[in-house]
Design a protein around this ligand. Structure first.
Ligand code: DLL
Length: 442
């Protein structure tokens, strides 16, 4: 189902006309209302009249996360506090959080794009939606919530955690749609099994999963374990939260960008130049309708590519690939670049292992070293007599190492652990434990 037939299927020239109009308004708004942008534009010798085409966007300076931090908490807002009805914030694990603001119109627009997203994923007003994204400063819970209500789906605001209760509610309320991080969906499936419930035989039909990188192989695993269609939703708080782009259930091949709300560019993070469609690079996003915190050319740090081919679902919007990872998470192991989640594919091929893993990074002299911690499934642990020195464990370790070497061209140490020893997450999974800085300090 297409929620907003008119805007999601606009002819390209009409869409671009709309985008340019809203880009000009946004540029004027930040110039008039946010001293940070006025200074940056002035420094670059620009004023809002210089934006006469969508290509002129490239003249504008980038905005980076540090700019939000440097203006913590309210310095980049373009609306007076009396017009701001909501704040959200990042977790701020590395310093102050980044704070984002919404006017009433911003909340309405956000609900609109999330309603589109749930509909694109297969949800309809007849359904019940179990929303297990965290409610609070994180944008996942409330973002899906308002979109759900806007679509008219029966929205159950469960939030994250208390997995036993989640399972009870899934059994009692019989939802068709579940929203959570991919890793939490796996955790729920695992807990169901422990309780003697077959996760494939619940009422669930679709999952709306995002907020962390996950691979196509992980999608297959989730679909198979839960017997559902697993859809990828992308977003980030600096831009709005979830709903910036979404897969359609017809193709599950790229995430439709809400192009009437956001302008996407893909740049080479080293040269800062745009790369052609189809090539991977850093996503740079400009908001077109936001009032409280409009953002110009925000460098997301996320790596993906864009495809403008028409989709069979009828939407005319461009699609982005799934996010390969964040630039900060890219590992350079003996000169080879690799994103942690690229190793997922090799891991998920080994049927004796669970889909849970963690990567520990350390320094071995001047070189980066990686240890991949994985765990045995209950059945395999019993089969190898609970002995991690067992020949079978040794064999699957070798198998995983050589598969990673073949697919990712890097060598990693593999540490096989007993079942349930990798921490489970109720929100974003912590996949990377980086000890390199600690080692440098000591
Ligand atoms: O994670 C918003 C969100 C909530 C998206 C629920 C989807 C579902 P932040 O906490 O600001 O916002 O984190 C944003 O998470 O820059 C990406 O690195 C990553 N991310 C989000 N969605 C995906 C996805 C929310 N589908 C950061 N695939 C982004 C890969 C994702 N990474």
């Amino acid at each position: 189902m297409i929620f907003n037939e008119e805007l999601e299927t606009l002819e390209r020239d009409k869409l671009e006309e709309l985008q340019l109009n809203n880009l000009q308004k946004t540029v004027q708004r930040v110039y008039d209302k946010v001293p940070f942008y006025k200074e940056k534009f002035t420094e670059a010798g620009l004023n809002p009249d210089d934006i006469q085409s969508l290509d002129d966007l490239q003249k504008l300076p980038f905005t980076v996360k540090k700019d939000l931090r440097n203006h913590y908490p309210y310095g980049l807002f373009a609306s007076p506090m009396k017009d701001i009805v909501r704040l959200h914030a990042s977790s701020g694990t590395s310093g102050k959080p980044t704070v984002v603001a919404y006017s009433e119109n911003d909340i309405d627009n956000w609900a609109e794009i999330v309603a589109r997203s749930i509909a694109a994923s297969g949800g309809s007003p007849n359904d019940v939606m179990h929303n297990a994204y965290g409610y609070g400063l994180f944008t996942g819970g409330l973002g899906l919530h308002h979109g759900g209500e806007k679509l008219g789906i029966t929205t159950v605001p469960v939030s994250g955690g208390n997995t036993k209760r989640q399972i009870m509610l899934i059994q009692d309320f019989q939802p068709q749609v579940i929203c959570s991080t991919p890793s939490y969906a796996l955790h729920i499936a695992e807990k169901m099994k422990e309780q003697g419930i077959d996760p494939k035989r619940t009422s669930l039909k679709y999952g709306i999963f995002g907020a962390e990188p996950w691979s196509e192989a992980m999608r297959n695993t989730i679909e198979q374990k839960l017997g559902i269609k697993a859809m990828d939703i992308y977003g980030l708080s600096e831009i709005v939260g979830p709903g910036v782009s979404i897969e359609c259930v017809e193709e599950q091949d790229g995430l439709h960008i809400q192009e009437d709300h956001f302008l996407f560019e893909v740049i080479d993070p080293d040269t800062n130049e745009r790369v052609p469609d189809g090539e991977y690079g850093e996503l740079v996003i400009t908001s077109l309708k936001k009032e409280a915190l409009p953002i110009i050319r925000y460098r997301t740090g996320d790596i993906a590519a864009i495809n403008r081919e028409k989709c069979s679902c009828g939407r005319t919007t461009a699609r982005m690939t799934r996010v390969k990872g964040r630039i900060d998470d890219m590992l350079v192991i003996r000169g080879v670049n690799v994103f942690p989640f690229e190793m997922e594919r090799s891991l998920l091929k080994v049927k004796e292992l669970t889909p849970h893993y963690q990567l520990f990074l350390s320094k071995d002299g001047h070189l980066d070293a990686v240890e991949l911690s994985v765990e045995l499934s209950e059945e395999s642990y019993v089969r190898c007599e609970q002995d991690l020195e067992h020949a079978d464990v040794f064999r699957l370790k070798q198998q995983l190492r050589s598969s990673i070497k073949q697919e990712c061209l890097v060598s990693v140490d593999v540490n096989v652990k007993p079942p349930k020893s990798i921490p489970r997450s109720e929100g974003k999974a912590v996949r990377i434990v980086d000890k390199r800085m600690e080692q440098a300090v000591n």
